[in-house]
Design a protein around this ligand. Structure first.
Ligand code: ATP
Ligand code: MG
Length: 423
């Protein structure tokens, strides 16, 4: 990707209404554009990061045995009436049609996935089964704030599992917990499993996955000595108390909820009369779980947890590109031509090795401007190629995270990038 070709531009201007680090940096770097409060357009660089996160989530859900599908975001009102939620969910967008009918714009999908499964699941032998989608969700949030962390339109992965015994459900739920922790770790994030309320869905405890950062909206009570954590909303222990698990001292913290998993029991299978026949031919209750990950929120959480005063610092696994190549022009046109030639050759070699760079090939921008952009965009490796580096047959390598800088022979650069990215 050539910088001169990219239609988005970075800006030094801090967006007037940016109330959070993620909104400011993502907008300034041209990753997203705020269309209105709570709704963001994802631009080429931002979309690449979003797709990387989505890819990791998809791999992990497939690994858990999930089957991907795509439900409709436009949902029948009748279903929401049948589950008793049409008037119970305050964030539900209700869409009137010119025909006089009304629809729901899906904030979640229990009300359409449960009847769907009813048409296919007949026998206990068809179960367990888990299905998921990665789809835009809509919620009429009273206050859309904190950039992409709380939108009225956002991308969510939602999985639904179906079981004939509580034991089978519990086993899957534990596997989902481990899968979630690995998913967030692969995105460069350390998430804590936090006990929380079951919300409007259930009276039971649910489990949230919280990324600790000062920007977090959720107040947590946590233990640093072990993995004990509770959302302050339901906490049975207070800050300063002894940890019920290890005896350490409980502390206050802040987190961003990037995922949430629920034991739904028969809440929805009962509403939609989803049962299967058991081994003895009798009707069996189906137990259900649901498992959400806020994909767009996770991208925002990554920015909140990984940045400095110069810009974003993308974890390798989710960076839009691995390398930010910066070409620095020379006064002598013949030298400038040689620098460009060497840079284009490196660009080709990196792309051929599966490490396509973002190549700042601009002739009309100063070096300082290019470096500031590279810091703001925050790709893992910056490679500078100039008259000076070319005299040594080398490029200057800088690690965005550690700041470490060294000269790398041109012939070695591709292999070093490959090794760095897969390490
Ligand atoms: P919150 O308490 O933050 O409002 P929630 O508990 O209502 O979220 P869930 O219904 O559990 O959210 O949705 C699953 C996941 O979707 C959440 O864990 C979160 O990561 C993400 N999510 C929920 N609401 C939003 C939103 N308005 N904008 C972006 N992501 C969201
Ligand atoms: Mg939640």
């Amino acid at each position: 990707m050539r910088y001169s070709h990219l239609f988005t531009k970075t800006t030094k201007t801090v967006p007037a209404d940016s109330d959070s680090v993620n909104a400011r940096l993502l907008v300034q770097a041209g990753f997203v554009d705020q269309v209105m409060a709570g709704a963001y357009a994802w631009l080429p660089l931002g979309l690449r990061a979003l797709r990387k996160v989505e890819g990791i989530v998809r791999e992990e859900m497939n690994g858990l045995g999930g089957q991907e599908l795509q439900l409709t975001a436009l949902q029948p009102k009748e279903n929401w009436l049948q589950s008793g939620r049409w008037d119970a969910v305050d964030v539900l967008f209700k869409i009137p049609s010119q025909t006089g009918k009304e629809y729901a714009l899906g904030p979640t999908a229990e009300d359409v996935v449960t009847p769907l499964m009813k048409t296919f699941l007949r026998s206990y032998k068809d179960i367990p089964v888990a299905v998921y989608q990665i789809q835009t969700k809509f919620r009429d949030e009273l206050r859309a704030k904190s950039g992409v962390l709380r939108g009225r339109e956002f991308l969510m992965k939602d999985m639904y599992s179906f079981h004939v015994t509580r034991e089978d459900f519990a086993q899957f739920y534990e596997k989902a917990k481990a899968t979630y922790l690995r998913t967030f770790a692969r995105c460069g994030m350390n998430a804590r499993i936090t006990e929380s309320s079951g919300g409007a869905f259930t009276k039971k405890v649910s489990h949230e996955f919280q990324v600790e950062t000062p920007a977090g909206e959720d107040a947590l009570v946590i233990c640093r000595g072990c993995d004990y954590a509770q959302n302050a909303e339901i906490a049975t222990a207070k800050v300063g108390d002894a940890c019920p698990k290890c005896g350490g001292v409980l502390e206050a913290s802040k987190g961003i909820e990037v995922g949430n998993i629920f034991d739904l029991g028969d809440r929805f299978t009962n509403s939609f009369d989803l049962t299967v026949s058991g081994a003895d031919g009798a009707k069996q209750v189906v137990f259900m779980g649901c498992y959400g990950i806020g994909i767009t929120r996770l991208v925002g959480a990554i920015v909140e947890a990984s940045h400095d005063d110069r810009g974003m610092i993308w974890p390798k696994s989710v960076a839009p590109f691995p390398v930010h190549m910066v070409m620095i022009g020379a006064k002598d046109p013949a030298v400038a031509e040689r620098v460009r030639g060497a840079a284009e050759e490196l660009e080709r070699a990196l792309s051929a090795a599966g490490c396509e760079p973002l190549f700042d090939d601009r002739e009309d921008a100063r070096a300082g401007e290019k470096f500031a952009d590279a810091d703001l965009i925050g790709l893992p490796i910056r490679l500078v190629i100039s008259e000076k580096t070319l005299a040594e047959n080398a490029v200057e390598w800088k690690d965005r995270k550690t700041g470490e800088q060294r000269m790398v022979p041109l012939a070695q650069a591709v292999e070093d990038v490959r090794v760095f990215m897969t390490a």
